[in-house]
Design a protein around this ligand. Structure first.
Ligand SMILES: [Zn+2]
Length: 326
């Protein structure tokens, strides 16, 4: 069984209405999820700010597409808004779908809009993408046109005063706080201020792959001490920076090295899966979401115990949901 904390599939379907969730050429469709025995898929509503006038309206439209796709495939998949929903769907042999937002500007500086999204079923929000927004700052600096103007860990600019308010409200509502993409300073703000465990839905370890989107050892240790988790991201650039003599793609060996390292630093209850499927165009050594289970075989071959594999593939994520989501 697999729980995947992050994919951009609905954003792709939203942009191209001829694609559907049942069967498509993307990395994720329902048939592929079934092949890998996926228990729960998180679907992110991602906004690329330069392309959008009102992120709030844009995300609402995307949620409508998500709802329609889930509805059309109701024999295979069901919208889950709580831990109990997941158990019920599993009992009914259905995949669960979790609704999440990637880019907190969707709430346009308004706690009422945050509550609105909670009421539509959003149960996790990635506070920032790589742009500065109403909540805080990312590590990769982009100007308004989306051009990169700096790519270093930002230790100065973290959460804004409104960002603190948002995170407090998310904990009160029962929405998971996601720090992937947030600046280093922002991550430490979250470590200091939160009362509940939070997640890095799709981030790896910086000591293995030196990229500002990945987590430092210190962050991993502090998060693990708080019961937090990180979803392992398959985006090649976050797995390895070395593609000089090989094709730029996601290799199973790199995934195993990263998993081992993150378990070494964060412990067996820290690591989960956050594929980032359909969030990048590089290829995978395995086919697509239908091949995620081949990673389980690779973990077995590399000597991971059965209980560690279960923790990584679904139990750690389920624990957070049970603890945080209301
Ligand atoms: Zn992302």
């Amino acid at each position: 069984m697999i729980i995947d904390l992050h994919c951009d599939t609905i954003s792709e379907i939203y942009k191209n209405k001829s694609i559907n969730l049942k069967e498509n050429n993307l990395m994720i469709d329902i048939n592929k999820l079934k092949k890998s025995d996926v228990l729960l898929q998180f679907f992110a509503m991602f906004t690329y700010l330069p392309d959008v006038d009102s992120p709030y309206n844009y995300v609402n439209e995307m949620i409508s597409v998500y709802e329609k796709e889930i509805e059309k495939n109701s024999t295979d998949i069901a919208f889950a808004k709580s831990y109990e929903d997941i158990l019920k769907n599993t009992e009914n042999k259905k995949i669960s779908a979790f609704l999440t937002i990637e880019e907190g500007e969707a709430i346009e500086g308004s706690i009422e809009k945050l509550i609105h999204f909670y009421n539509r079923g959003v149960r996790m929000m990635t506070l920032t993408w790589n742009f500065e927004n109403c909540i805080g700052f990312g590590n990769k600096k982009l100007n308004k046109n989306g051009e990169c103007v700096g790519y270093i860990p930002d230790k100065e600019n973290g959460l804004k005063p409104f960002g603190f308010e948002v995170v407090e409200k998310m904990e009160e509502l029962g929405m998971i706080v996601d720090i992937s993409h947030l600046s280093d300073a922002g991550i430490y703000d979250i470590i200091d201020m939160t009362k509940k465990p939070f997640v890095a839905s799709h981030s790896n370890g910086r000591a293995i792959c030196d990229h500002p989107r990945n987590l430092t050892d210190d962050m991993i240790k502090k998060m693990a001490n708080r019961g937090c988790i990180a979803g392992l991201n398959f985006y090649p650039e976050f797995l390895s920076r070395d593609f000089t003599n090989r094709e730029r793609k996601a290799y199973i060996d790199d995934v195993i090295v990263m998993l081992k390292y993150m378990v070494d630093i964060g412990g067996s209850e820290f690591v989960a899966i956050g594929s980032d499927y359909d969030g990048f165009s590089d290829s995978l050594e395995w086919s697509d979401a239908g091949g995620t289970k081949s990673l389980i075989e690779a973990m077995e071959k590399s000597g991971f115990t059965q209980s560690l594999i279960e923790n990584i593939t679904y139990k750690n994520a389920l624990r957070i949901i049970k603890e945080v989501v209301k």
